[in-house]
Ligand binder design. Structure first.
Ligand SMILES: [Zn+2]
Ligand SMILES: [Zn+2]
Length: 279
């Protein structure tokens, strides 16, 4: 399974030389199945650059999943260039957030006064896949979902292919139970034996007490979960908008130190824009 990060910043895109190494684009992940399908998770600002990189030809079919529809996870959608190409088919998994479906939310933001071009004017063939089950497949990828502990809810995803597992859990607060959220034990089970987990680790232990119930996790809580779940590699995700590259390096080092002290073999990385991982 090939995984590429096109955006790992939380809440709002940032720019400037203090953000060069981890990047400033908001959530967008590309997964390439061995059977050929391209799966995209979230349409944060990173989606624009992914759209420029994807091939467009008569067989082009892309699949898009959403964790939820807060701004930082949808604002790249109108700038996804393949939407302007009639040879492209895009299947969007049409889950509901708050009281609206993804289809309604996208149609709402792609209309005046927010945006001058509507979905109806886009050339691509957009298909909405209804009634998503808690487990389904896209090509050789077997996918299961879990509800997030986040304001308004959302979904985490576990991708399995040929015995390899990638779990994507962002905008998930482990120690505060938002309506619909699951217990730490259930999230631990969801991450069990994963080769790679990207998890929301927005806050340090010093920052977290002032941010309880904001919908994001303290990094030490995630570390504990990942070690208990026997995760091989953990990626710190949903990087706070104020966190510079140097501050992020410090956070990753602190996490890695804790892992070593606990005699775990897990590795910790900060997930940067343009990072590619094969598992
Ligand atoms: Zn977010
Ligand atoms: Zn959110």
């Amino acid at each position: 399974m090939y995984i590429k990060c096109w955006g790992s910043r939380g809440s709002i895109a940032v720019a400037g030389q203090e953000y060069n190494r981890y990047g400033g684009e908001t959530t967008c992940i590309q997964i390439q199945a061995q059977s050929g399908e391209t799966v995209i998770i979230d349409a944060g600002t990173g989606l624009r650059k992914l759209g420029l990189d994807l091939p467009v030809n008569s067989n082009t079919h892309y699949y898009m999943l959403f964790t939820h529809t807060h701004w930082d996870h949808i604002s790249g959608f109108p700038f996804f260039k393949p939407l302007q190409d009639s040879s492209v088919t895009l299947t969007i998994y049409n889950s509901s957030f708050y009281t609206l479906s993804v289809k309604e939310i996208i149609s709402n933001i792609m209309a005046p006064p927010f945006f001058p071009i509507t979905m109806k004017e886009m050339q691509a063939n957009v298909i909405y896949e209804e009634n998503i089950k808690t487990s389904f497949s896209i090509g050789s990828l077997d996918i299961t979902t879990i509800p997030l502990s986040h304001p308004g809810g959302g979904f985490g995803y576990r991708f399995s292919e040929n015995g390899k597992v990638f779990v994507f859990l962002t905008d998930n607060e482990l120690t505060f139970n938002h309506p619909g959220g699951r217990t730490i034990e259930e999230y631990t089970e969801f991450c069990k034996n994963a080769d790679l987990v990207f998890h929301d680790m927005e806050f340090t232990p010093e920052e977290y007490p002032a941010k309880i119930n904001w919908g994001h996790s303290c990094c030490t809580d995630v570390l504990e979960l990942a070690m208990n779940a026997n995760v091989k590699k953990l990626g710190l995700f949903h990087i706070n908008q104020e966190r510079t590259d140097d501050a992020m390096d410090k956070m990753v080092d602190m996490c890695q130190d804790i892992v070593i002290k606990k005699s775990s073999t897990m590795t910790c990385i900060g997930v940067a824009c343009d990072m590619e991982i094969n598992i």
